[in-house]
Design a protein around this ligand. Structure first.
Ligand code: ZN
Length: 509
């Protein structure tokens, strides 16, 4: 069966290739026409008064479609996509993401490309290749035009992506300098995570939160204060009352029902920023990337859906201002080399299995940390059998030695998977200094807690999801747009053109 499919694919490719060649001149002519039509239209584009730019960090086509496949699999076994709001936008473009140093770029350089239209080194925020020249970002340009500016992120607000919209620093690691530039920006609304280095890398600097307050910002970090933000709140920095790892908001999978979500920060941003001269809001779903690094598909999918929920808030606003609102949704790069389909599942997927995962790798790491403490004081023995109830409860996976094997065969570990898990458990139980090293260990665990990452790998693989990296990859990202001037984002281009197109649309220079 597989061979027949492969042969068919090969024939289809040849057919497409030859048709493509024959049609080449026609396409070129058609493209010329499209370009001509676009430049005519551009003159008639109305300048958008309200601009939303959503960036899914580490989010490309695969992450978006994985979320859709998951939503579908939870509804029925039919092969029908349950679509996100994002992928139903009327216009879609495609952007390449390489920076001046790599085809697998980082968020600092790619966010700089989007915010400022230039290529720079990985790790550099808002500065050119010389690490000195500071281009004027879209946010700075629009601020001069009278727009109010909002910057929202589910990770710390001094992280690379948000920082590229308000700071200029040679290294993304200079988070204290970034915080000082936030204070100086005079932008109107910051929201999401906290600051990683409020008193500097060595903890000996003046508290950046104090400096931000001195610059006239109202800092709020309780649910009550956040929910009461409004048009009279003035310059605001709203910090999620619940922070998880590295001053980021909780993964959506780990958040409580009562938690403030990314969508709430977008709604509050609208409440604070709405004014006669318009606003620009950048919203980052930053933990899609972190889940990609950690090869945790369920965390990745839930945060992608959380970004989609945040986009829906902007769409509701756009309904009230249909002739004046532009919404752009893109990614900065792909993370993890995620695939739908993987080596052991062939043409099948079973994304519904992912729903057995109840927490992200971060929270499971914490459970294991607690377990190790129990072992250290002699309350537990430190065996895989002892840990298996935790594994089954939080990942659904069933030991081949368990009596439940007959009930849910899809979740029973094969001998291959069970042996992998035992090896990972043994590594996890070792002190960090005496853990195994080498290429194989790097490929297996990527620097993460061996047990947790092996669990996500096994569950993801059973569902039909593969990962090829613990870092960023070089695949292009989609650019979905709707509203005023959306058509200008049609086609295939470089990520710097996202900035160029906005500049053109807003008649800035
Ligand atoms: Zn990343």
């Amino acid at each position: 069966m597989r061979q027949v499919k492969k042969l068919f694919t090969a024939i289809a490719c040849i057919a497409i290739a030859s048709t493509g060649l024959a049609a080449f001149s026609t396409v070129t002519n058609a493209q010329t026409k499209i370009v001509q039509t676009q430049s005519v239209n551009q003159a008639t584009y109305k300048k958008p008064k309200y601009i939303f730019t959503f960036i899914g960090d580490g989010m490309s086509y695969v992450q978006l479609n994985a979320a859709q496949v998951y939503q579908s699999a939870m509804k029925s076994s039919n092969i029908e996509l349950s679509k996100l709001a994002i992928t139903q936008f009327p216009v879609v473009g495609s952007a390449t993401t390489q920076d001046s140093t790599s085809f697998c770029p980082d968020s600092a350089s790619t966010a700089t490309a989007i915010s400022s239209g230039i290529k720079t080194h990985s790790g550099v925020i808002g500065l050119g290749i010389d690490k000195k020249t500071a281009p004027e970002s879209i946010t700075e340009k629009l601020k001069e035009e009278g727009y109010k500016i909002g910057i929202v992120s589910s990770v710390s607000i001094d992280h690379a992506t948000p920082a590229a919209f308000y700071a200029h620093v040679a290294s993304r690691k200079s988070m204290y300098d970034i915080a000082l530039q936030l204070a100086e920006s005079d932008f109107d609304y910051f929201a999401g995570g906290g600051l990683v280095q409020p008193t500097g890398a060595n903890g000996d600097q003046k508290d950046a939160y104090e400096i931000i307050k001195e610059k006239g910002y109202n800092i709020v970090n309780t649910k009550e204060d956040i929910l009461s933000l409004n048009n009279n709140s003035g310059k605001t920095y709203a910090i999620s009352p619940e922070l998880q790892d590295s001053k980021a908001m909780y993964y959506d999978l780990d958040a409580q029902n009562t938690s403030i979500r990314l969508k709430d920060f977008v709604q509050k941003g609208i409440d604070v920023l709405d004014n006669e001269d318009g606003f620009f809001m950048m919203v980052e779903g930053g933990k899609i990337d972190w889940a990609g690094h950690a090869n945790d598909a369920m965390a990745n999918i839930q945060d992608t859906i959380a970004l989609d929920e945040a986009v829906k808030v902007a769409m509701e606003f756009a309904k009230k201002h249909p002739e004046e609102t532009l919404i752009v949704v893109t990614g900065d790069h792909e993370t993890g080399g995620m695939s739908i389909g993987q080596a052991t599942t062939g043409y099948d997927t079973a994304f519904n299995l992912l729903s057995h995962q109840k927490m992200t790798y971060v929270e499971f790491d914490n459970l294991i940390k607690d377990y190790k403490k129990e072992v250290a004081v002699g309350n537990k023995k430190g065996t895989i059998e002892e840990v298996f109830p935790l594994i089954q409860e939080n990942f659904g996976l069933i030991s081949p030695n368990d009596a439940e094997v007959a009930k849910n065969s899809a979740l029973v570990l094969t001998d291959y998977e069970y042996n992998k898990l035992v090896s990972a458990f043994e590594e996890t139980m070792k002190a960090k200094e005496i853990r195994s090293t080498g290429v194989e260990v790097e490929i297996l665990y990527g620097g993460y807690e061996p047990l947790s990452i092996t669990l996500t790998h096994i569950l993801n693989n059973k569902a039909g999801i593969g990962w090829t990296s613990y870092a960023h990859t070089g695949v292009p990202v989609p650019v979905y747009t709707m509203g005023t001037g959306a058509e200008i984002f049609n086609g295939s281009y470089d990520n710097t053109d996202i900035f160029n197109k906005m500049v053109e649309l807003c008649k800035l220079n």
